[in-house]
Design a protein around this ligand. Structure first.
Ligand SMILES: Cc1cc2nc3c(=O)[nH]c(=O)nc-3n(C[C@H](O)[C@H](O)[C@H](O)COP(=O)(O)OP(=O)(O)OC[C@H]3O[C@@H](n4cnc5c(N)ncnc54)[C@H](O)[C@@H]3O)c2cc1C
Ligand code: SF4
Length: 316
């Protein structure tokens, strides 16, 4: 591992100031993704800013009836929170479908959103990867693509975003609060946080260098039957082949977001108008224009069947 310097920030302002002082520094939260990437040499920050002590570890009500989740709230604590379980069940279920108990005890809300893809070629430094090294090529093209994206990909990259939590946050219309190195704060709708790969798959989010996530806010509860279904190659400790986050209302309307199919949580609001017509109509509209490979074309039928099961359960 490349040598690096390390400091602990005590407040968000201190963390932002450290990022301004040390261009190229990385924040470290739970470390469950960043440390693995550093050990493999895929990430090599010269400086780490530890944000575990900056006090953003509370879940608080917002004036409009929603919740503000501090960026350092651990995945375990978020999933277990009584308000989340009662009013945002899709989020609790998505969190519990991810990783393992030990990992969730460390993983944070901010770090989970910013975890990097699980494309095996990205992790294999002997293989060309445009995300790891811009312009190097993409070993997944023509390679093993069972887990890769079926929609939203580009000729440069067909990786998927691995987070379960982010799919639930997308269906809930969460907003991400940040502070930049110059101290200015901003709010980013979750739909605009993650980017599609295009020609620049190494640029994964709309955050600017050194921008710190301070919180995620959830709007006031929308009710409905909420569910998260995840299909994977083994029952636990595996990333989604396909996942579906659903909110179904009594009148048959609702919301749907898919995981495991694209470079970001995939939600097409216009497709939700098809909810009364059933899973096939919604999936066809949401995944219109999909470009699967011969190895992952099954994901389209799988997405439809997974949504079908979720809708049947909600309506039952
Ligand atoms: C074996 C294994 C299985 C897993 N399975 C799943 C799974 O099934 N589903 C799933 O969703 N996830 C899974 N994960 C991933 C896990 O959820 C993530 O590693 C974790 O959520 C990352 O959070 P962290 O706090 O540890 O982030 P870190 O590793 O500390 O950081 C990740 C990235 O976020 C940045 N960062 C962290 N906090 C902030 C902040 N506040 N502001 C700005 N940048 C920040 C860091 O600089 C880094 O780039 C798995 C991981 C492992 C190792
Ligand atoms: S799909 Fe993306 S992450 Fe995977 S090898 Fe190709 S460029 Fe790299």
């Amino acid at each position: 591992m490349k040598a690096f310097s390390y400091e602990r920030a005590a407040t968000p302002a201190e963390a932002a100031a450290a990022a301004a002082r040390m261009p190229g520094a990385k924040f470290i939260a739970g470390g469950t993704n960043l440390l693995d990437l550093m050990k493999l040499g895929i990430e090599a920050p010269a400086h780490l800013i530890d944000v575990n002590g900056i006090g953003l570890d509370r879940i608080e009500p917002t004036p409009d009836g929603g919740l503000r989740i501090g960026a350092m709230v651990r995945n375990t604590d978020l999933a277990a929170d009584a308000r989340i379980r009662a009013d945002y069940g899709v989020l609790s279920r998505a969190l519990l479908a991810g990783a393992s108990g030990q990992l969730r005890n460390m993983a944070t809300t901010g770090g989970n959103l910013l975890q990097r893809t699980r494309c095996p070629y990205f992790y294999d430094t002997d293989q060309p990867c445009n995300k790891r090294q811009p312009g190097a090529g993409c070993a997944a093209m023509g390679g093993f693509t069972r887990h890769h994206a079926v929609i939203g990909g580009s000729d440069a990259c067909i990786a998927t975003h691995p987070s379960d939590m982010a799919v639930a946050m997308r269906v809930l219309d969460a907003k991400v609060e940040t502070v930049r190195p110059d101290g200015t704060a901003r709010v980013i709708p979750i739909a605009e946080l993650h980017r599609l790969p295009g020609d620049t798959p190494h640029i994964e989010t709309s955050l600017t260098p050194g921008e710190l996530i301070t919180a995620v806010t959830l709007p006031r509860p929308v009710g409905g039957m909420q569910g998260y279904r995840k299909v994977r190659d083994r029952a636990s400790y595996a990333f989604a082949l396909v996942s579906v986050a659903t909110i179904v209302q009594r009148d048959g309307s609702g919301r749907v977001a898919f995981g495991g199919v694209a470079h970001k949580p995939w939600r097409v609001e216009a497709a939700e108008a098809e909810m009364p017509r059933g899973a096939k109509a919604v999936t066809e509209a949401a995944l219109a224009g999909a470009r699967p490979t011969h190895e992952n074309a099954f994901k389209i039928a799988l997405a439809q069947r997974t949504l079908g099961a979720a809708l049947a359960q909600a309506r039952g």
